[in-house]
Design a protein around this ligand. Structure first.
Ligand code: NAD
Length: 478
C-alpha cells in the first residue's frame, strides 16, 4: 500500500512516531494508502531544517528563487495526469476538475516566482529633511496549514508567496487529502529546491497543525480552513504575537435580479452551487431570485441540475464526485434533514446515492431546497456540500440586508444588466469578493479573502507578499 511520508530537510522520511493513519478513497469508501502520523517532534525537526536553510534562501538572488519555483511549476505540468489522478482519488472530485486545479497549482508557483523578481521597496522623500525607505524583509520560518477541498491548489497558493518572499516553511496539508502535497515534495527535490526551505509534515490537525501554531520559532501562520479551527488558532497565536492570515468559511449569496441575462445566470449558477460537490469556500449556497422571474429560473435550474451526472470521478462525464470523508458526508446529510425539519421543501435530490461500481462510496445528489426563512440554521450555517437553498425576493434593500445577514462575509455573486444597480449593490455587500455576472473568475493579483467570520487578512498578489514580509522603515536625515 502506498505510503505518504514527510518531506523534511530535503528528504522523504517517516515520522519518528512509527505510527500510520488510514487514507480513504471517498469514491469507494476504502483505505487505499497510509499517512505517516507525525507529532510535535517532527514539527521541531522540520523547524530546525527550515531555520538552517532560511538565511541562504533569503539571500539567494531573486533569479534563483524564480528558477526553482518555475521548475516546480514545469514539473507539475509535465505530470499533470499523475497529479490530477492522485487528487481525484484522494479528494473524490472529478478528474477533469482536478486537472484544471493542477494547472492552477502550477500557475500559483509561476505567478509568485515572478513576484519574487518584481517585489520592490518603497521610498519617501520627506521634504528637505530626510529620505525614508521601507525594507521588506523575510519573516524567517513561517507555518502554512491548508484544507482538503482544493488540496494542491490551496497548498501552493500559500507556500508560493512565502517562498518568493525568502521565507522557509513548515507546512501541513489536510490529513484527508495529503497525496498531491507528497508528490509535490518529490518534485521539489527534482527541481533542486535547497534542503529545508520547504518542509511538509503530515498528520492530524490538533497534533501537527497545533504544534506548528504553538512553535516559538514560527513567526507567522497562514491558515485556510474552518472558522472554528481558525478561532482556535487565533487564540493560540495572538498572545504569542504571531502574524496571522486566516481564510475561513462562507455562506455565500447568489442574487439574480429581474433584468439579469437568465441563460448566463443559470449556466453559471449550476457551477456556483455544485462545482466540486459544493465543497468550495466560494460556492453560492443561498440563491435569491427576483420574484418576477422566480418560477422560470427555478424550473430551468432544476432541469439543468438534474442533468449533472453523479458518479465515478474518473469518468469525464461526471459532474458531481464523492464527498471527501464519511464524517463530512454524514454532516451534509444531517443538514438536509435539518432543512426538512425547518420547513424546507426538497425540490431536487436530498438523498445519498450509490452509483454502480461505487456502492460503498460517499455520494450525495445535488440538492435544491425552497421555503426556508433567512434566519434558519440551514440558511445561516456553512454546509459545504451539494446543497443550496433558494428563495424569491422583492426589493433591492431587502435582499442586501438578507445577503449580509449571516456571520460570514466571503464572496457574493450578483446578476444584473443594470450597471448602476451592480455598483450600488457591490458597495453595500459585506463580502471580501463580489462577482458581477460571473463566478470564480480569478486574477491572481487581486486581494482574496473574507470579512467577518470568513477571515482576517487577504491573500493574492502583493497582499500575500506583504503578509510574508516584515516592513522596516529606515529614515536617513539629509
Ligand atoms: P479544518 O479547519 O478542519 O482543517 C484545515 C486544516 O487545519 C487541516 O490541515 C487540519 O488538519 C488543520 N487543523 C485542524 N485542527 C487544527 C488545530 N487545532 N490547529 C492547527 N491546525 C488544525 O477545515 P477543512 O474541513 O479541512 O476545510 C473546510 C473549511 O475550509 C470550510 O469551512 C471552508 O469554507 C474553508 N475554506 C476556506 C477557504 C477560503 O479561502 N476562505 C478556502 C477553502 C476552504
Amino acid at each position: 500500500m502506498m505510503e505518504v511520508q514527510n518531506y523534511i530537510n530535503g528528504e522523504i522520511i517517516d515520522s519518528g512516531s512509527s505510527e500510520w493513519l488510514d487514507n480513504f478513497n471517498p469514491a469507494t469508501g476504502k483505505v487505499y494508502s497510509k499517512i505517516t502520523d507525525s507529532n510535535a517532534e517532527d514539527v521541531d525537526r522540520a523547524y530546525e531544517a527550515a531555520q538552517k536553510a532560511q538565511p541562504n534562501w533569503e539571500n539567494s538572488p531573486a533569479e534563483e528563487r524564480f528558477r526553482v519555483m518555475n521548475k516546480v511549476a514545469e514539473l507539475i505540468e509535465e505530470r499533470i495526469e499523475e497529479f490530477a489522478k492522485a487528487e481525484s482519488i484522494d479528494q473524490g472530485k472529478p478528474f477533469w476538475l482536478a486537472k484544471n486545479e493542477m494547472r492552477r497549482a502550477a500557475q500559483n508557483m509561476r505567478f509568485f516566482a515572478t513576484a519574487a523578481m518584481q517585489f520592490a521597496s518603497e521610498s519617501h522623500a520627506t521634504e528637505n529633511k530626510a529620505i525614508n525607505y521601507t525594507l521588506r524583509q523575510s519573516i524567517g520560518v513561517v507555518g502554512c496549514i491548508s484544507p482538503w477541498n482544493l488540496p494542491l491548489y490551496l497548498f501552493t497558493w500559500k507556500i508560493a508567496p512565502a517562498l518568493a518572499a525568502g521565507n522557509a516553511i513548515v507546512s501541513k496539508p489536510s490529513e484527508f487529502t495529503p497525496m498531491t502535497a507528497f508528490l509535490f515534495s518529490k518534485v521539489c527535490i527534482e527541481a533542486g529546491m535547497p534542503a529545508g526551505v520547504l518542509n511538509v509534515v503530515h498528520g492530524l490537525g490538533p497534533k501537527v497543525g497545533q504544534a506548528i501554531v504553538e512553535h516559538k520559532g514560527i513567526k507567522a501562520i497562514s491558515f485556510t480552513g474552518g472558522t472554528v479551527t481558525g478561532a482556535r488558532i487565533a487564540s493560540i497565536a495572538a498572545p504569542k504575537f504571531k502574524k496571522l492570515s486566516l481564510e475561513l468559511g462562507g455562506k455565500n449569496p447568489n442574487i439574480i435580479f429581474s433584468d439579469a441575462d437568465i441563460d448566463k445566470a443559470i449556466k453559471t449558477t449550476v457551477n456556483t452551487s455544485f462545482m466540486n460537490q459544493g465543497e468550495i469556500c466560494l460556492c453560492g449556497s443561498r440563491l435569491y431570485i427576483h420574484s418576477s422571474i422566480y418560477e422560470q429560473v427555478k424550473e430551468r435550474l432544476i432541469e439543468a441540475v438534474k442533468a449533472l451526472k453523479v458518479g465515478d470521478p474518473m469518468d469525464e462525464n461526471t459532474r458531481i464526485g464523492a464527498i471527501v470523508s464519511k464524517a463530512h458526508y454524514k454532516k451534509v446529510l444531517g443538514y438536509i434533514n435539518l432543512a426538512k425539519e425547518e420547513g424546507g421543501r426538497i425540490l431536487l435530490g436530498g438523498e445519498s446515492v450509490n452509483p454502480a461500481g461505487f456502492e460503498d462510496g460517499w455520494f450525495i445528489e445535488p440538492t435544491i431546497i425552497e421555503g426556508l426563512s433567512p434566519n434558519c440554521r440551514t440558511n445561516q450555517e456553512e454546509i459545504f456540500g451539494p446543497v443550496i437553498s433558494i428563495s424569491p425576493f422583492e426589493y433591492t434593500d431587502e435582499i442586501i440586508e438578507i445577503a449580509n445577514g449571516t456571520e460570514y462575509g466571503l464572496a457574493a455573486t450578483i446578476w444584473t444588466e443594470n450597471l448602476t444597480l451592480a455598483h450600488r449593490v457591490a458597495q453595500q455587500l459585506q463580502f471580501g469578493i463580489v462577482w458581477v455576472n460571473c463566478w470564480l473568475l480569478r486574477d491572481l493579483r487581486t486581494p482574496f479573502g473574507g470579512m467577518k467570520s470568513s477571515g482576517v487578512g487577504r491573500e493574492g498578489g502583493w497582499e500575500a507578499m506583504r503578509f510574508f514580509t516584515e516592513p522596516k522603515n529606515v529614515c536617513i536625515a539629509l
